[in-house]
Write a protein that binds this ligand. Structure first.
Ligand code: GLP
Length: 240
């Protein structure tokens, strides 16, 4: 019995050793470069071809290597992972800008018909309305009105407004995992123009979002972006 265990452990160790050795060899290698050959690895480690195979398979599953039928095994291109709905903080950081947020209003309100419908509530139900002026590198980028389903985030207004709404939702296990967005061209109202520091009637982009965490709709929002500062970036993909 003991012997079987030792043999199994020994084999597992070899397989992990080979795997980690290959990982080190290919780390930093350009995508498309050939992976070390199985024959060389068999020779180098003095192990069975099966063991090397197992190690390489693990790296293929991990996405570090890819097998191209008839050609061999290569360093894989990094996988494009759908990021899910991103926050203003993440969007600006990705652009190399410093996000800032100034609360213009944060209060409990009764949902109007549009917000109630979008959040899947009844008109008059309690929602939290949070209006912020959002800057990037100290210059206004957008005005953002978020409406949140109060039932899902009890005590939200009492706990001090967070820097990032999505981080705060994440802390409550409610980080949006799905969203539908729409964007339309428009001109700023006088009030918006003053806040955004643009000419009255200047061009803006109106962005709306409905976001849910799994099956629960947590947020609807309307944002007005300065169109001279903001380009929407959308990643599209398809499996397989
Ligand atoms: C984006 C979304 C908004 C969301 C905001 C949260 O701008 N369009 O719907 O409220 O991100 O941003 P943050 O987590 O930085 O507060």
């Amino acid at each position: 019995m003991d012997e079987v265990l030792v043999v199994t452990e020994g084999k597992a160790l070899k397989h992990v050793q080979v795997r980690e050795y290959v990982r080190t060899l290919v780390s930093g290698a350009a995508p498309g470069s050939p992976a070390p050959s199985e024959r060389e690895l068999v020779h180098h480690f003095g192990v069975a071809r099966m063991t090397v195979r197992q190690a390489m398979d693990a790296l293929v599953v991990e996405g570090l290597l890819e097998r191209i039928p008839g050609r061999g095994t290569f360093v894989a291109r990094p996988r494009r992972v759908p990021s899910g709905p991103t926050s203003f903080t993440e969007e600006m950081t990705r652009r190399g800008l410093l996000p800032e947020s100034q609360t213009l209003l944060a209060r409990r309100e009764q949902a109007g018909p549009g917000v109630a419908r979008a959040l899947g509530l009844t008109e008059g139900d309690a929602v939290i309305h949070w209006r912020r002026l959002r800057r990037a590198d100290a210059v206004p980028m957008c005005i953002e009105d978020a409406y949140l389903n109060e039932i899902l985030i009890p005590g939200f207004l009492q706990s001090g407004m967070p820097t990032s709404l999505y981080d705060a939702l994440e802390d409550r296990g409610l980080r949006p995992t799905w969203a539908e967005d729409s964007i339309a061209a428009d001109v700023a109202t006088d009030e918006e123009a003053a806040l955004l520091e643009i000419e009255p009637g200047g061009a803006v982009l109106r962005h709306s979002r409905r976001a849910s965490a799994e099956e629960r709709i947590v947020e609807v929002s309307r944002s007005v972006y300065r169109s001279d500062r903001f380009t929407m970036w959308v990643q599209l993909g398809r499996e397989g």
